[in-house]
Design a protein around this ligand. Sequence first.
Ligand code: PEP
Ligand code: MG
Length: 589
Amino acid sequence: MPMEDRGKTETIVQGISASQGIAYGQTFLYIQSDLEVPSYQVEPAKRVEEIARFDHAILITRQQIQKIMAEVDKNLGADEARIFDAHLLVLEDQALISETIREFETTGYNVETCFNRVSQRYIKAFSEIDDEYLRERAGDIRDVAQRVLQNLLGQTGQSLSQLVEKRVIVANDISPSDTAGIDSSQALAIVTDSGSKTSHAVIVARSMQVPAVVGVRDLTSQVKPGDWALVDGYEGIVILNPSEHTLFRYGKIQRRKKGFEQRLLEANRQPAVTLDGVAVTIRANIEKVDEVALVKEFLAEGVGLFRTEYLYLSANRIPSEQEQYVAYKSVVTALAPAPVVIRTLDLGGDKPMAGTAHLFPKEDNPFLGYRAIRFCLDHPDIFKDQLRAVLRASAHGLVHLMYPMISGREELARANAVLDECKAELTAKGIPFDKNLMVGSMIEIPSAAVTADLLAQDCDFFSIGTNDLIQYLLAIDRVNDRIAHLYEPTHPAVVRTLKNVIDQAHKQKIKVSVCGEMAGDAVYAPLLLGLGVDELSMTPPLVPAVKYLLRSMTMVDAKKLAQEALELNSAKDIYALCLRFYSERVKVE
Ligand code: PEP
Ligand code: MG
């Protein structure tokens, strides 16, 4: 810590441990706020002034974009900088500007309201055009419109892609699209006021191998520019301006943890087999194409969950069939002959796409709303583009297709009918795909879990999404830090539900995987295996710890553990049982 910061007092804040590791560095404060566009009538006497305000905002926006272009040109090169040409063109578009002024003259509403209405109309029109190049322009208009609105409202827009030095990100909230913009080599750690272990932003932090602590309440209001922070992702602790003594103590802890992690990595080269000789399949969860490198590094057996929505979130638009095909194909070919389970789009919930109010209107209960398969069945064109891309990729390796958020047999049948249409279209054009493509369903809604016997008749496999299943079963919003302590993976309702789903699947002779965060937690993995789960799928960096535990236990003991858990009647007791099972077998020292 520099001399001038020595006088600052140390402040210790307890949050929720979300991604392991220890980091220390200067903070980067990121405050996200919804852009609320106020709507009011402008007095006739002030109308000239109002138009001048609009002209000024356009001018400022142009200057800001030119400045970014110059920086990008300097840092990354001319080709990258040219991306912003399209943004400047939007600002030159006389139709957008004159229509805003016309809207203002006819309605008398403030220019923010008028500009917002007109730009939304343009975004909607462009995103529905049947031409890929023009459809992409919708994203440009959205970005520029956001900037113009921020300037009109006097708000400075902040983006995590502005992070160009190694920093500890301290944010009130981080959306999955924010995380998509983070340069992982610059993020030392992520700390958020809100959130819980299974929020999607945290899942991404885990795959970036960046320590994360969430649910620290109002930490952002305590952090001052230039503050230093020590983040302990193991214990969920954040220490602002730590003393020399604290830094020394943490140095020792970090060395011990690193030593243990090294042992895990060495053991990871061994097969995933229990002491009594039962082989367990461990696959990886990925969000981005380049995470294939992690799948290989951590020796996972293919991908058990490819969260394809990040292709959409990082592009901030709907990618074309061809773009998706290229992405899926590169993952599938890189990992063949190991399977890649591609999950169809799961946008909505805590993964809305920024600036697509026409596709994802604001909802009071997004997790109970327009999400995943519900959105896809309502937008067959978007859905079919993805299904055709997956089918085409299936010709290049071993692909399994999986639907998210299936609530029951009829919904599954509707999705499969769309898939059949896509297959027929490709067949008619002579385009190859795997005719035996396995199709499965996520089990993450209680109604699906209860009717697992019916769904199993129409599926080739199940993958249990414990993150959502627990949220819906216990009615605990998975991103709400206030009730995060009530989110209990060992609740008897969860254990019984898992047992039912696994038994029903096995009766129909189909396999069951778990791809929720429970699978990657070495404390819960034995319970899942003891209950009969066939495969575990997790963020690649978590594979070594789970494999290490597997190699230290017998399946006979895991089955006994599951049997005992089914007889207990409190989440605390079942958790204590799992923790004891784990600590008797794994010693960090
Ligand atoms: C889940 O719900 O457990 C799951 C794996 O899906 P996601 O976390 O993407 O909702
Ligand atoms: Mg889910």
